[in-house]
Design a protein around this ligand. Sequence first.
Ligand code: NAD
Length: 299
Amino acid sequence: MATIGFIGLGNMGGPMAANLVKAGHTVSGFDLNPAALDALGKAGGKVAKSAAEAVAGASVVITMLPAGEHVRDVYLNQGGLIDVTKDAHPLLIDCSTIDVESARTVTATAETAGLAMLDAPVSGGTAGAQNGTLTFMVGGTEDAFTRGKAVLEAMGKNIFHAGGPGAGQAVKICNNMMLAINMVGVSEGFLLAEKLGLDWNKLHQICATATANSWALSNYCPAPGPVPAAPSNRDYAPGFAAALMVKDVKLSQAAAEAAGSPTPLAAKALSFYQQVVDQGDGGKDFSVVFRWLAQQKRH
Ligand code: NAD
């Protein structure tokens, strides 16, 4: 069993750390938010007063932070994670969704300091984090992947080695770009169905077995009712916040711009999620785009 330092115990990191405890690992965690630390304590983890304290003596360090700036800050600063762990040689695993460039920069800095690092963003939402059924998309060397796999298996069901450093993040931003577009598509379908006098449950039942089926439709339906566990039934409490979706689609758009790849629908979807955030719903689940769309006029 591993001794794990876990930084970032939010909607995702909290339940992921709890699953590591459940699997028998020793977990010491840190978060800027005291409520998140309390939750780790209740789940059987050790509560640390700083990131440096959390990773002291760890054989594996895991981070689950909002964005690239937080990841760079936590790893690269003087007194940051690379600095304080370079003599103990733990495996570093960043599970946050961040830009490919930041992932590669942090990994390169870690490797220069003699540390192995994986970028291992996840898919599966907070339910996947709670149930230990996340999909991990992992970038890094074969050796580092082999070293980290057992720990990732305590938090996820599907662990994929996507390629070298940054490859996990590249898969993740493509995944979320597709999801962002798809959620708007499902929302448009359910809104039109309502106008056509259809019952949402009936629509869901049929389309979940027809060609429109998708994760957004069958597991996370943005129209309230058909999927009881979906955020749409609890006033769009996250789940996966709309502000984080804006961040991810911006990452995909920046990558598409740099690579010269056409993404016109993602650009449109991004403008919708941005308006959701601008009207004050950035903290709601991203499926709240359904409610935003319902308020729009056709022209
Ligand atoms: P969150 O905002 O709930 O959690 C992030 C946590 O990091 C917060 O508790 C915050 O206090 C903490 N934090 C920030 N800076 C810190 C620092 N310097 N030191 C210690 N703690 C710090 O976000 P989340 O929903 O858990 O998402 C985390 C990452 O996972 C994001 O990159 C997100 O895009 C990605 N993700 C989220 C979901 C989801 O469904 N929520 C799904 C897949 C991937």
